[in-house]
Ligand binder design. Structure first.
Ligand SMILES: Cc1cc2nc3c(=O)[nH]c(=O)nc-3n(C[C@H](O)[C@H](O)[C@H](O)COP(=O)(O)OP(=O)(O)OC[C@H]3O[C@@H](n4cnc5c(N)ncnc54)[C@H](O)[C@@H]3O)c2cc1C
Length: 316
């Protein structure tokens, strides 16, 4: 039986793995595609202190360190997680000593673990069609490529406006294009007028012919957290968009919702730590966790913080 099963193989997962391994916990990482996650696809990483260059190189360092810490690294897709069944009321302090474990399905095979860390990331929603100019889904990462250029930012919610405000001092001019009206908060919208090089174009469909007129296109039309494999759990574990809620954001679960899961721990007895979900023993870190800034350094820090909580839970 594992002490910790880590689902995903990106910066959050591998960083957590290093901590868990060094703490002597029996830890295994399960990654369905390529180790490094989004990091391995970044050609020239920005904003990571102490490292510049290919993301895949940094990802290899993460993986090597995790393996050196004694962590088993495996390929495999997590398809489902079944939480422990508690027969009587337990306080959260007793959880670590319980024999009950999580059962996770990896490529159809069951794996038992005392705790599980979900670090499966999220994918930005794409435009869905090809265009001539370069397309980016990360202003922080790619703003340098758009310096002094004629730029389009697609989207009308907070993230699009935030990123447009970030890009405005860098680019020559910027059209903020949304197919409806701007949905961003008033506070953010009011800041747009501080930047004379931003033009808001509402109720415009961002079609190929239009976008081909720009030098660089940034797309912020939402993202999908990779949490569909948690569908058998109570949906209250995630927010409306599917991001995992942890710490103070975590909500009580419905004890009657799933027959295989008898949740007898009263929520009042359970104070989830910042990376713990509503389900005791289940943690989340990185882009998949609601509120985690989508940057490599944040995901790695989030993984480390989650691991420290897991270590405390299992060792105390
Ligand atoms: C185009 C682009 C450029 C970026 N550039 C930068 C940059 O320059 N600097 C920066 O700081 N940030 C950048 N980012 C953001 C950064 O990549 C992410 O914030 C970071 O990788 C998140 O790490 P994570 O570990 O939370 O998730 P991810 O990196 O997304 O890793 C999650 C992993 O989980 C795996 N997984 C998903 N579901 C399952 C499952 N069911 N079973 C097993 N495995 C699963 C996935 O295959 C993936 O490998 C960029 C993002 C994009 C999209």
């Amino acid at each position: 039986m594992l002490d910790v099963a880590i689902i995903g193989g990106g910066p959050a997962a591998l960083s957590a793995a290093i901590y868990c391994g060094r703490a002597g916990l029996k830890t295994e990482v399960f990654e369905k595609n390529s180790f490094g996650g989004e990091l391995s696809r970044i050609s020239n990483i920005s904003n990571y202190p102490g490292f510049t260059g290919r993301g895949s190189t940094l990802a290899q360092h993460f993986r090597k360190q995790a393996e050196e810490a004694g962590v088993k690294i495996s390929y495999g897709e997590c398809q489902e997680i079944t939480p422990p069944v508690y027969d009587e009321k337990h306080s959260s302090a007793q959880l670590a000593s319980l024999d009950s474990t999580f059962t996770i399905q990896i490529d159809g095979e069951p794996v038992s673990a005392r705790t599980v860390l979900i670090a499966t990331g999220s994918q930005p929603r794409s435009l869905g069609f090809e265009i001539t100019p370069p397309v980016s889904y990360c202003a922080l990462c790619d703003s340098d490529f758009a310096r002094d250029k004629h730029v389009a930012v697609i989207g009308g919610a907070n993230s699009a406006v935030q990123e447009a405000l970030y890009l405005a001092p860098i680019v020559k001019d910027l059209d903020l294009i949304t197919h409806s009206t701007l949905k961003a908060d008033q506070v953010l919208r009011s800041k747009l007028s501080n930047h004379p090089n931003i033009t808001v174009r509402e109720n415009i469909e961002p079609v190929r012919e239009l976008l081909d007129q720009y030098d660089y296109v940034f797309v912020f039309i939402g993202s999908h957290p990779a949490t569909s494999f948690l569908r058998s759990l109570d949906p209250s574990i995630c927010d409306q968009k599917g991001y995992l809620l942890t710490g103070e954001q975590a909500r009580p679960l419905d004890p009657n919702r799933n027959k295989s899961f008898v949740f007898r721990i009263s929520f009042e007895d359970y104070n989830p730590t910042p990376h713990a979900t509503s389900l005791p023993g289940l943690f989340a870190a990185g882009d998949v966790r609601a509120g985690c800034p989508k940057q490599v350094v944040c995901a790695a820090g989030d993984g480390a913080a989650a691991a420290i909580e897991i270590i405390h839970l299992l060792q105390n």
